[in-house]
Design a binder for this molecule. Structure first.
Ligand code: ADP
Ligand code: ADP
Length: 226
């Protein structure tokens, strides 16, 4: 069960007005939800609160039937992909993918199996021994996605994963992310300010502005609304 329930979530950074105000949403098991909105509206903050790398000021996050507010990121069964890839520069591609699994005490033979499977899906086999500095932007993003896949997360959190890629690569990777969602059993939450990405990827789109949801619906409903 990897449904997600966001219940009256608020976020206030020190002494400022609320960055997020009373956000509530139920996301279905295996749904692809897109958070769409302009820079600064709070998308990234919301994603990080679900991942457990940002404190929640008020409200609860449920994954399945479990309130995860008090759980460490590694115990939430989520994996996050960042815009800037966030690979460990001193580790090879293989080691980047193995690292999170070692922390979770996944046995070496199982690690190898998962890394091999992810490398096959993403076609990064020839890159496993390279350092991040020896990769192109598109290759780095594949590795970042691979590092998330091997965790076999219930929930995939993606924060503008394609923003640093050129237009051609962005189109290619968008199609791959769509396929990945079809292939895996995970629920996806995908942050973007790109309407094309939102409409082509999302089962539903939540449009955000100034820390609130302005509209939530299928791409069809969003396009047809005045
Ligand atoms: P988005 O992902 O939609 O661009 P963010 O969640 O990154 O938006 O930011 C939302 C708001 O919260 C912005 O006004 C930003 O300046 C503020 N903010 C983000 N991170 C911090 C932080 N660590 N400390 C204080 N303010 C922050
Ligand atoms: P440990 O550190 O526990 O011995 P690792 O799984 O991290 O185990 O692997 C050890 C080393 O072997 C790493 O440097 C890794 O890069 C390399 N390695 C293991 N399997 C492969 C593989 N299939 N392709 C490329 N490098 C590999």
């Amino acid at each position: 069960m990897s449904s997600i329930s966001l219940r009256s979530l608020s976020k206030q950074y020190t002494n400022e007005k609320h960055t997020l105000e009373n956000i509530s949403l139920d996301i279905k098991d295996k749904e692809f939800l897109v958070l769409l909105g302009p820079s600064g509206c709070g998308k990234s903050t919301l994603l990080r609160m679900i991942a457990g790398i940002e404190d929640i000021t008020q409200g609860e996050v449920y994954i399945g039937d479990v309130c995860v507010n008090e759980l460490e990121p590694k115990d939430r069964e989520v994996a996050m992909v960042f815009q800037n890839y966030a690979l460990y520069p001193h580790m090879t591609v293989y080691e980047n993918m193995a690292y999170g699994l070692k922390i979770k005490k996944v046995k070496k033979i199982e690690r190898e199996k998962r890394i091999q499977a992810a490398a096959d899906i993403l076609q990064i086999n020839p890159l496993l021994k390279r350092l991040p500095s020896q990769l192109s932007g598109g290759q780095k993003q594949r590795v970042a996605i691979g590092r998330a896949i091997v965790k076999e997360p219930k929930v995939f959190l993606m924060d503008e994963p394609l923003s640093n890629l050129d237009a051609k690569l962005r189109n290619e990777m968008r199609i791959e992310i769509k396929k990945l969602h079809e292939r895996l059993d995970s629920t996806f939450i995908y942050v973007t300010h790109d309407q094309v990405e939102a409409v082509t990827l999302g089962d539903r789109i939540a449009i955000m502005a100034e820390g609130r949801f302005r509209q939530i619906g299928t791409p069809m409903e969003i396009i047809e609304s005045p």
